[in-house]
Design a protein around this ligand. Structure first.
Ligand SMILES: [Fe+2]
Length: 388
């Protein structure tokens, strides 16, 4: 790791430091103008190839609330949400992400967003009437990393259904929690997001300082988005919260009862990073959805940054269960502002999957304990013996 001497090894096996230990020699220039004041990740616009099938998945199976719908799109929200939507499903020819949308504090922050991205030479488009139903004046950009970002303040308020326990299901989704983006150069992406006002909360590195992923936030949780190293720009997942971990187990039981267990890609489990309980699903187009609960508060300005060793077998699953290869390699395309898929650029630095479960990889449960180290077949994350 870079400057491991500047980090403190904790009794839980990860390191903490005050400043994110991530440096780039390939930065996006820092704009001279201030960044917009971003409140939180607010919604994702997903292009789906079979709207009725996707509606079944998100409404009938996962229980999101329909705010509004027409023949081309469905606008969905979680139970605690008071803005028009957290997810838009839009019928289209290619499954992809049309927008990662963030709410900003004031209408003036749209001017700041325009100036910030214009100075970087990005394509910027503003629509006073909004790009989707329920959202007013909005700015969309293709950012320097190739992602379609949206910023808005003006939004239609709808009823917050948090008290409507008659509507709750055992697996009720209560909030949009975060996005996760795949990008080839995580330090470059992290520095750019820091310029945009994000703070790093956790990251995964190796001893040489290669950064495999970084988590960053505006709202005081572990993240609003994360940058995962891989071929990109692509969308890794969008995550919704439940109140408690038993809600996640209920979703697993429901999927089993519906003979839909093949929608479960990974988990349920406990993350090392973020400390949250998790489950990863794949929707009918293969878009990945995480169900997530019980991370921790990060709002103090001196919140410690957590750094995990990429060889720590508990970083992605606290119980040491292996990460399936599809989770490392598969992700959704993202669109430019004309609706065309962005070209995918290969990551040139080593991949987390290769260093974890590749031929040369190794992992450990207890650092500096030969009996807690896994090499060869065992390094694939299998804790006892080999499994098929
Ligand atoms: Fe996540």
């Amino acid at each position: 790791m870079t400057n491991r001497e500047d980090m403190t090894l904790t009794s839980s096996g990860f390191y903490v430091s005050q400043e994110a230990p991530i440096r780039t020699d390939n930065p996006v220039p820092t704009p001279s103008v201030p960044a917009p004041d971003i409140l939180r990740c607010a919604y994702m616009e997903l292009v789906v190839t079979d709207l009725a099938r996707s509606r079944d998945f998100y409404v009938d199976v996962l229980g999101l609330t329909v705010t509004e719908e027409d023949e081309n799109a469905v606008y969905l929200r979680s139970l605690e949400e008071f803005i028009h939507h957290n997810l838009v499903l839009r019928q289209g020819p290619v499954a992809a992400v049309a927008a990662f949308s963030y709410r900003v504090r004031t209408p003036e922050d749209l001017e700041r967003a325009m100036a910030f991205y214009t100075e970087l030479g990005c394509r910027v488009e503003r629509r006073k009437e909004g790009f989707t139903k329920g959202i007013g004046d909005s700015v969309r950009v293709t950012d320097p990393l190739g992602f379609p970002y949206e910023f808005f303040h003006d939004v239609e308020h709808v009823e917050r259904l948090a008290w409507r326990y008659d509507l709750y299901t055992p697996g009720a989704l209560v909030r949009l929690d975060h996005f996760n983006q795949v990008t080839p150069d995580v330090p470059r992406a992290t520095k750019f997001m820091q310029d945009l006002g994000f703070r790093v909360t956790e990251d995964i590195q190796d001893e040489e300082g290669t950064v495999y992923a970084a988590w960053m936030r505006r709202k005081p949780t572990v993240h609003d988005t994360a940058m995962t190293g891989g071929n990109g720009p692509r969308m890794h997942h969008v995550a919704f919260s439940t109140h408690e971990k038993h809600n996640i187990l209920a979703i697993c039981d429901k999927l089993g009862a519906l003979r839909m267990s093949d929608a479960i890609e990974r988990g349920p489990g406990r993350h090392g990073v973020s400390n949250a309980f998790y489950l990863y699903l794949r929707d009918p187009d293969g878009h990945r959805v995480e169900i997530y609960t019980q991370d921790y508060y990060t709002g103090d300005p001196d919140n410690p940054v957590v750094t995990w060793d990429v060889h720590d077998n508990q970083r992605r699953d606290w119980w040491g269960n292996p990460v399936v290869p599809s989770w490392y390699t598969e992700a959704s395309l993202v669109l430019d502002l004309d609706g065309n898929p962005q070209p995918v650029v290969e990551r040139t630095e080593s991949s987390e999957m290769d260093v974890t479960i590749g031929a040369d990889g190794f992992s450990y449960t207890r650092a500096d304990d030969e009996n807690g180290s896994y090499r060869g077949e065992a390094s694939k994350g299998f804790k006892i013996g080999n499994q098929l």
